[in-house]
Design a binder for this molecule. Structure first.
Ligand code: ATP
Ligand code: MG
Length: 415
């Protein structure tokens, strides 16, 4: 029997998509490491009724519930109250906690020239210091304390870990949350849950399906998810340690069928590139047209010396210094241009590896053919990605992983 947890992410800004949820996935991964299986992440707005029904929905079938958000001092922050009521634990003022929050708020407010309205601040602090009877307090890492609220005596149901919304605050409170006795008691029943990710590049999902069907009978104990994104195919398996041999059989079968396409059994392409650069003590620089800075963003780290994003002839000529006669000869979009951009990026930034990407960049049109060049001390590696009629934005999305995989192959000498 698995120990199971349900997560409720609160916040109208998350529900509407204005802020994308970073707490649900983060908590799910922490729980997975502790051997706890997360069955649901539910997002609710800042409405007490919706939070209440989410608690009701998740309380059956889970051994532990977690909430994020809604612990602030303002009236729309209602989580602690709703959870207290749900668990049948009436809140009461914790005076010592009130004083600790007051000290934090005073210290923070000094940066802004002191409290402007001490009275309303006191009310807000008092609200945050209301602790459900029998609950444990998790000390604030911002201003809001977290809580672990067990169900009322004589009733059965999972304890609720109540955490604040700001991801950094929540993450720093997590170690204290798992030490609370009521939580430890639940975690004591959990057993290790492993997770491995096989990553393939350049394999259609249908071909992988054939491999998986062939070995299906040998994979008992693995819970498999395959997902396609950015041209990569990921096979994520979750399993108990007793199924390790099945995971090895899966890896062997995928490697046998796709020896050149299986590029990782863990790290992402970005991580592989960064590690390869570090291993070889190489630095890199980028000159990109039509990927809009995406390459620099993906490669950012100590090995990236710099990058150039330019879409016009003038920018390429004057800033990156591509020779005018090359532009006149082969135009802005050509393999030669990508090569020259890579070469110039190396020279201008004084890097070991230069990366050049060029394509048509008029927003209204599709990008057309994308040319890529990676120049390393070992030589030039080039590819051209045929144009399609898809929108420029979509093509940009596709070109970026393509360049990253070309770069990976160049760095690990698989080209
Ligand atoms: P406080 O008000 O003391 O900061 P809180 O618990 O009330 O704490 P919220 O008001 O719910 O927190 O959220 C504060 C901010 O934290 C939000 O504006 C949002 O930017 C960020 N945040 C909240 N929940 C999430 C989430 N699930 N993922 C990413 N960011 C979030
Ligand atoms: Mg809020």
């Amino acid at each position: 029997v698995r120990v199971r947890a349900g997560i409720i992410v609160t916040g109208t800004e998350v529900l509407t998509g204005r802020v994308s949820d970073r707490n649900g996935p983060w908590l799910a991964e922490q729980l997975r490491r502790l051997g706890v299986d997360v069955g649901q992440i539910v997002v609710v707005g800042d409405r007490p009724d919706d939070l209440h029904s989410a608690l009701e929905f998740l309380a059956t079938g889970n051994d532990l519930l977690l909430t994020s958000g809604g612990l602030g001092p303002t009236a729309d922050d209602l989580t602690a109250e709703v959870v207290a009521q749900f668990q049948g634990r009436p809140p009461g003022l914790d005076r010592a906690l009130e004083q600790r929050i007051t000290a934090i708020v005073e210290r923070l407010s000094k940066r802004f020239g002191g409290l402007r309205n001490p009275e309303s601040t006191a009310i807000a602090t008092r609200k945050q210091a209301m602790v459900p009877a029998g609950a444990s307090v998790i000390e604030p890492t911002g201003t809001a304390p977290g809580l672990v609220v067990p169900v009322a005596d004589g009733r059965s149901g999972p304890p609720v870990i109540v955490l604040p919304g700001p991801p950094w605050e929540l993450q720093r409170m997590w170690p204290a949350a798992v030490e609370v006795p009521a939580v430890r008691a639940v975690l004591a029943g959990a057993s290790e849950l492993r997770q491995r990710t096989l990553r393939l590049w350049g394999v259609p999902e249908s071909e992988l399906a054939a491999t998986l069907r062939r070995v299906d009978g040998e994979l008992a104990g693995l819970e498999l998810t395959t997902c396609l994104g950015g041209g990569e195919l990921e096979i994520v398996s979750r399993y108990a340690p007793s199924a390790e041999a099945a995971q090895q059989r899966l890896t062997a079968a995928v490697r046998a069928d796709f020896p050149d396409q299986l590029f990782s059994d863990g790290p992402t392409v970005d991580e592989i590139i960064r590690a390869a650069l570090t291993d070889r003590k190489w630095t890199a620089a980028v000159a990109e047209a039509a990927t809009g800075g995406a390459l620099c963003a993906r490669l950012a780290g100590p090995a990236l010396l710099g990058g150039f994003v330019g879409h016009t002839e003038a920018a390429l000529r004057t800033v990156i210094g591509v020779p005018a006669d090359l532009i006149a000869g082969s135009g802005l979009v050509s393999p030669q241009m990508a090569g020259a951009m890579a070469e110039r990026a190396r020279t201008v930034f004084g890097a070991d590896v230069g990366i050049g990407v060029t394509a048509l960049s008029t927003e209204a049109e599709s990008l057309g053919t994308v040319h890529l060049s990676v120049v390393t001390p070992d030589g030039e590696f080039a590819r051209s990605l045929p144009g399609t009629s898809t929108a420029a934005e979509l093509q940009r999305e596709r070109a970026t992983p393509l360049v990253l995989h070309l770069l990976r192959q160049a760095l690990t000498r698989e080209v």
